[in-house]
Design a binder for this molecule. Sequence first.
Ligand code: UDP
Length: 464
Amino acid sequence: MKKVELIFVPTPGIGHLVSTVEFAKLLIDHNDRIRVTILSMKWFPDAALDAYTKSLTALPPDGIQLIDLPRVDPPSLAPWKSAESIIDSFIKCYIPPVRNAVRDIVSMKCSSDETRVAGLVLDLFCSPMVDIATDFDLPSYIFITSNAAFLGLMFYLPTRHSLNSSEFQSSDPEHVIPGFVCPVPTYVLPSAVFSKDGGYAAYVKVAERFKDAKGIIINTFEEVEHYALSCFSNGQNPPVYPVGPVINPNGLSYSDSDDKVMKWLDDQPQSSVVFLCFGSMGSFKAPQVKETALGLEQSGFRFLWSLRVQPPQNDASNMLPEGFLERVQGRGLICSWAPQLKVLAHKAIGGFISHCGWNSILESLWFGVPIVTWPLYAEQQLNAYKMVKELGLAVEMRLNYRKDSDEVVMADEIEKAVGMVMDGGSEMRKKVKEMGEIARKSVMEGGTSFNSIGKLIENMISNN
Ligand code: UDP
């Protein structure tokens, strides 16, 4: 039987590329007829991402092949443009190189008796590239690196836009969004939907193309988002395949300080350390750094704090309160990049103050570590809301904090949140542990996500 080739186009950010590529590996593990080519777009230099991408070149070439696309001139956009609008312009610049690469692959495989191309798997931000697939008579699949609730928002946007094409206003009443049990407060929607600087337009543009895909793949699992997923099986949208949690089993370990962090954790008692980490782009200004330090100190708990500060500053040490490092010596450790997956897996970790990026949430559930919500950017406010209000799987500190605001979360609030998440006997901790076990079962043979991957593969293979 012929091999089946899928062409993956991930967005080159850590939270997107890693789970997309790990998902490609899962497909190959499920079915040995599948081959994957990853088209690698070049964004800003990123050491963690570069280390991960480099590790792919060591994989057996008959499974995953990596094609480095030429670097394109970055979009010349004003710095105040929203991040989503910058991503949209970046993806647009890459349409010609992606088209060329797909053409080359298709023409090469056409003359092959061994392999045929079965479709494109596009990161959600690459949804405008469904046109490339159509040009070559191929189906597209959209890969959502976030959750089903976010997909609900993506389905809601074009519907709302057809009735009201203006950006959202903070004074809007609640929104009835598919996938949410209750109407969603406007204050937890992603900053992009309020943006007059291209963010809203970029989101609508991306969301409008979802209906043109042959399937939508989500890094979530049935048991955690049962209600949301049930809303999408109405025949009005492409079939939705929950395939997660897709976790990078090796984590993103690349920094010299990883060993130091892990050794320090080895010396701490079980479940005694609260871990603070804010994703690939989480950073803070001086007043927030100071309050967080004071909150941790006041809490009396041990802590591991992955701390990065907002440019133009790059040194966090002079933002800490005077004498802080001496006072917390032995019970607190600050690092820049943290080997998050290994940290969450460590027995010393008792709680996680997180920016609520979806990969971080999945990783935390996987290891049964309860989260305190401190969203910063992208769709993290919505994730925090879902976890706290609808799923009861996280401790609320903030639902609507935004990275670009000047708001400061005060030390007392942080101290209280740390106390809540570190409460060893809490119902929340029990619930999170149970969900972690369910998450692991879902990807094992016979589990819901395992079976969903099987159905997806049938759909992909039956195209040919
Ligand atoms: N991560 C890490 N160390 C850090 C920050 C992030 O290993 O110091 C990893 C984390 O484990 C997760 C990914 O980077 O796999 C971040 O993805 P997420 O969706 O949580 O957030 P994003 O970076 O997309 O905002």
